[in-house]
Design a protein around this ligand. Structure first.
Ligand code: FVH
Length: 293
C-alpha cells in the first residue's frame, strides 16, 4: 500500500449504484487507482472495462486501500457491507445518506474498530458528478484532519464543503437543504396542478415559475438575519396578518381549479398559528421558531 510520489492516491469505493458509478468514473478519469465492490457483481463490469480493479467482497475492497469511500443505499446497507471487513487503520468516508444520529453512531462504531471517520452528504445528482461547472458538492463533517488529508482526492468528483467536527453536521446540512428542496417541489407541484386543466402550456409556464422561485430565494438571507437577531418586526414588507388574510384566496382558487390543497394546507395552518401565538405585524420569518417542539 506504499504510494509512489507521482501516483494519485488509490481509492476503494463500496457501492456502484447511480451515484457510486458516477463517483467511480470521475476518479478513474482523473487517474486514481480505484478498487470497487458492489453487492450485485454485474454492476462492476463497465467500470472494470474502464480500468477499475474489482474486489470479490467488501472486506477485500477495504483491505486494498487506506481511503475507503462508501456510497450505499442507507445506513443498514453500510452495516451489512462492512460486517466482515477489518477496518483497522482505514480512513472511512461515508457518503451514504443517513440521519445525523446515524452518522454520529457510525463515527463511534468506526473509531471503535480502529479506523478514522468522515461523514458526507452529497448535494448533487449523478449527472453533476465530474462536471465542476454544475456546482455540485459534498458536505463533510467529522475529523478535520481526515478531511484535510484526503481533500484533494475528495474534490475530484464534486466540490467539498467542511461543516465541522461533529460527525452529524454533514447529514444535518444535507437533510436541511433537501427538506427546503421538497418544500419547493411541493409548491411547484401545486402551481402546475392549478394550471393543469387550462389552456396554458406547462412549458411556457415553467420559465415564469423558475424565475419567480429564483427571485424569492434570497429571502433566506433575511430569515437568517432575523433569526440571529430575534427581531421579526422591523421593516416588515409583507406582514403575517396580511398573508393570513390572503389564505382564503389560495384555498378557494385551488377548490375552483379542482385541486386538492393538501400540499399548502400545513403551511397555512402554521401561518394561522403564528397569528395567534406570535404577532400579526411580524414577518413570516418567526415561524421557524414555532416549529420547534
Ligand atoms: N442518486 C441521487 O440522485 C442521489 C443524490 C444525492 C445522494 N444520494 C444518496 O447516495 C446514496 C447512493 O445513491 P445511489 O443513487 O447510488 O442509489 P442506488 O442507485 O439505488 O444504489 C444503491 C446502492 O446501494 C447498494 N445496496 C443497497 N442495499 C444494500 C445492502 N443491503 N448491502 C450492500 N449494498 C446495498 C446497491 O447495491 P446493488 O443493489 O447494486 O446490489 C447499490 O450499489 C444514497 O444514500 C442516496 O440517498 C443519491
Amino acid at each position: 500500500m506504499t504510494q509512489n510520489l507521482f501516483e494519485k492516491p488509490a481509492v476503494t469505493l463500496l457501492g456502484l449504484g447511480a451515484m457510486g458509478t458516477a463517483l467511480a468514473r470521475a476518479w478513474l478519469a482523473a487517474g486514481h487507482p480505484l478498487t470497487v465492490w458492489n453487492r450485485t457483481p454485474a454492476r462492476t463490469a463497465p467500470l472494470a472495462a474502464e480500468g477499475a480493479r474489482v474486489a470479490d467482497s467488501a472486506a477485500e475492497a477495504v483491505a486494498a486501500n487506506t481511503l475507503v469511500v462508501i456510497c450505499l443505499l442507507d445506513d443498514a446497507s453500510v452495516d451489512e457491507a462492512l460486517a466482515d471487513a477489518d477496518l483497522t487503520g482505514r480512513d472511512l468516508v461515508n457518503l451514504t445518506t443517513t440521519t445525523p444520529a446515524q452518522a454520529r453512531a457510525r463515527a463511534e462504531w468506526t473509531e471503535g474498530r480502529g479506523a478514522r471517520y468522515l461523514d458526507g452528504g452529497i448535494m448533487a445528482v449523478p449527472p453533476m458528478v465530474g462536471v465542476p461547472e454544475a456546482g455540485g458538492y459534498v458536505f463533510y463533517s467529522g475529523s478535520r484532519h481526515l478531511f484535510e488529508r484526503h481533500r484533494t482526492t475528495l474534490t475530484v468528483p464534486v466540490g467539498t464543503t467542511y461543516v465541522g467536527e461533529d460527525a452529524g453536521f454533514a447529514a444535518l446540512h444535507d437533510v436541511a437543504l433537501l427538506s427546503a428542496m421538497y418544500g419547493m417541489f411541493a409548491g411547484a407541484t401545486h402551481a402546475f396542478a392549478l394550471i393543469r386543466e387550462e389552456d396554458i402550456d406547462p412549458t411556457a409556464f415553467a420559465p415564469l415559475l423558475a424565475d419567480w422561485l429564483v427571485a424569492m430565494a434570497p429571502s433566506v438571507h433575511l430569515t437568517a438575519a432575523r433569526l440571529r437577531s430575534g427581531d421579526h418586526s422591523g421593516d416588515v414588507v409583507s406582514s403575517l396578518a396580511m398573508q393570513v388574510a390572503g389564505i382564503p384566496t389560495f384555498v378557494t382558487t385551488a377548490e375552483q381549479q379542482g385541486v386538492s390543497p393538501e400540499l399548502l394546507a400545513p403551511c397555512f395552518a402554521l401561518m394561522r398559528r403564528g397569528l395567534t401565538e406570535r404577532n400579526g405585524e411580524e414577518d413570516l420569518t418567526g415561524l421557524a421558531d414555532l416549529l420547534l417542539r
